[in-house]
Design a protein around this ligand. Sequence first.
Ligand code: DGJ
Length: 739
Amino acid sequence: MIKYNSKTREFHLYNKYFSYIIGILDNEQLGQYYFGEKIRHKETFSHLFEKKQCETPVTPSLDGKGFTLDLIKQEYPVYGTGDYREPALTIFQENGSRIVNFIYKEHSITKGKKKIEGLPSIYVNDGENAETLEIILEDEVINTKLILSYTIIENYSALMRSVKIINNSNEVLNIEKIMSLSLDLPDTNYTMMQLSGAWGRERHVIEKPLTRGITLIDSQRGTSSAMNNPFVGLRRPNTTLDTGEIIGINLIYSGNFSSVVESDPYDTTRVNIGINHFDFNWELEPGEEFQSPEAVLVYSNDGINGMSLTFHNLYKNNLIRGKYKNNIRPILINNWEGTYFDFNEEKIIKMAESASELGIELFVLDDGWFGTRNDDFQGLGDWDVNLEKLPSGITGLAEKINKLGMKFGLWFEPEMVNKNSKLYEKHPDWIISAPNRHKTEARNQYFLDLSRPEVADYVYESVAKNLRSANIEYVKWDMNRTMTEIYSHGRSFKKQKETVHRYFLGLYSILERLVNNFPNVLFESCASGGNRFDAGMLHYMPQTWTSDDTDAVERLKIQYGTSMVYPIPSMGSHVSITPNHQTKRITSLDMRGNVAIFGTFGYELNPKDLSEKDREDVKKQIRMFKQFRELMAVGDFYKIKSPFDGTETAWAMISPDKKEALVGYYKVLVDVNGGFKRIKLFGLDKNLDYTVTKIGEKKLENIGGDELTNIGLFVGNVQGHGLPEGDYYTELYHIKNLL
Ligand code: DGJ
């Protein structure tokens, strides 16, 4: 899959899906020749290297003519030598210079992929065919090596890239910017896609045509953030959900990131992604090395769904780990919206009894069970059970819930401390805060400084001691603020700009220890809902609470957007009560269930508040979910109609052998006296015949996969000319090949 031609000095990385070609240029730097659909390997691709010389600064080349860096497509551009586009690397040296020149020294091509120590990354499973190319560049003036890593796995249209820098000099180097990936593309005919939003409306799809200049997608909040996800898509303007080209770039990282998409004066596009260089600097001492997070570059010529499916399968099989990888997750009930802080053991047991009668399998006790945590002004940091509320302790409560035939799960917010807590009283310097400055609170709490090993140890032990004390089979790991006054009291003044990245190294080390020492626990990450939904967290925790917004209509957009990159089983999605607590909207139980089923299904309510009719309907809903949960865990998810393009949404989960599918159809606002509706499905086998059953109705129809693809599935209750369906209308269709 990786070929090197020593005569032409070209690397061709390819599998059946894509090609990626790099050349060593006349100036010994690396040039980017091609990234796109697979092309047949041949002796040389050197004609792809477009170079010319103009009045702008000229770099010497072997043929004596020289070329202008600003005009060529580069593999890993640096600052300051004539390329005026966004650099991937800047290094400040002891003599004050920021100029570097990394040139090719050697390379290696090996089987498999090395683990990236201390950071979440893609791994290769036994039996999978993968190859890694490491290209070693060197700057002889500062005696420093730069290692560019590329891994390609046979069955994925994806390239994993990361960068390592090794300081072999006697001086301290300040790394001011180090991108995980930089990519130069030969034209600018793209529509750019980003996943942006805010609390309660996370990862909405925003698209715009690429125009001259720079677009920055980033986070400086100390979390990957709800405002911008570490993802960028570049699609051709006519690319659709199921046809056409799109490139997707995602960073496996949970902290501050930046991604720049630049369309330059010569009609090329540069895109990069990595740790946000704003407020970042890393002092690399002699002998030390620095490793960047990993970025994933996906190519699809099968439309947006093709890109999403590659991300989904790669993340399900090669990122997410542990017992619940690719496995069905228990249906859970979480007491947060049902009780908030107002609970005691009796109330919780009653809720659990009622939930277990409905068929729910896991009870999750949310915030408020520890210390003096009776509201959100106090208690964070003191992870001992509140025996006044829960006299049997967590041990006793877990036993009681287990006796009801349910697993027991517990909420933590271990990265935080309230001012009003024993921990803060004892260790006020353990928080991220600047000397002599106001300490900004958010939700009345501060960040514990996980960049300090002693603080990270405390945080690990706070959770571990509870996990050892009771039969806890699920943990919700919450995190409810963004960083301010970034400063660590455990570090010299020159290393302060390392604090955020070191925080994440600390967090990842805690999570690594926890998942290894408690392999039976299902971890779900959460950050005020979806403020840290990223591939970094998914490496440790197979699911993330997608949003605090549980309204079914809002969830259509949130789950659709999230599915651009992240697999359906990684999205926590629960049915809650109406009027909805976030929007006050009233939707039917069917609508709420039919949206939540496309995720890790659960409930966020007090089952004692349900009417008898609703209880019966919830039982039916749970039976239905159990029928499809296997399909939901292993299936391929196809987006069919976007909630961002009108009032209809449709999507489908299709089994990998294409013999079974569940289609969700949602119509948020009714069309009065509207036309007939049909939705053309993607992903089915056109040669198979299917029985199509509308859930809740007995009627079966036999329809060919070719018909469902080309003519479509007829949806809508009355086919347009009867009584209107009303707002928030939904249907589910079960499609099955019976042969
Ligand atoms: C924010 C989370 O997103 C909620 O689900 C809930 O766990 C609260 N925190 C508890 O404080």
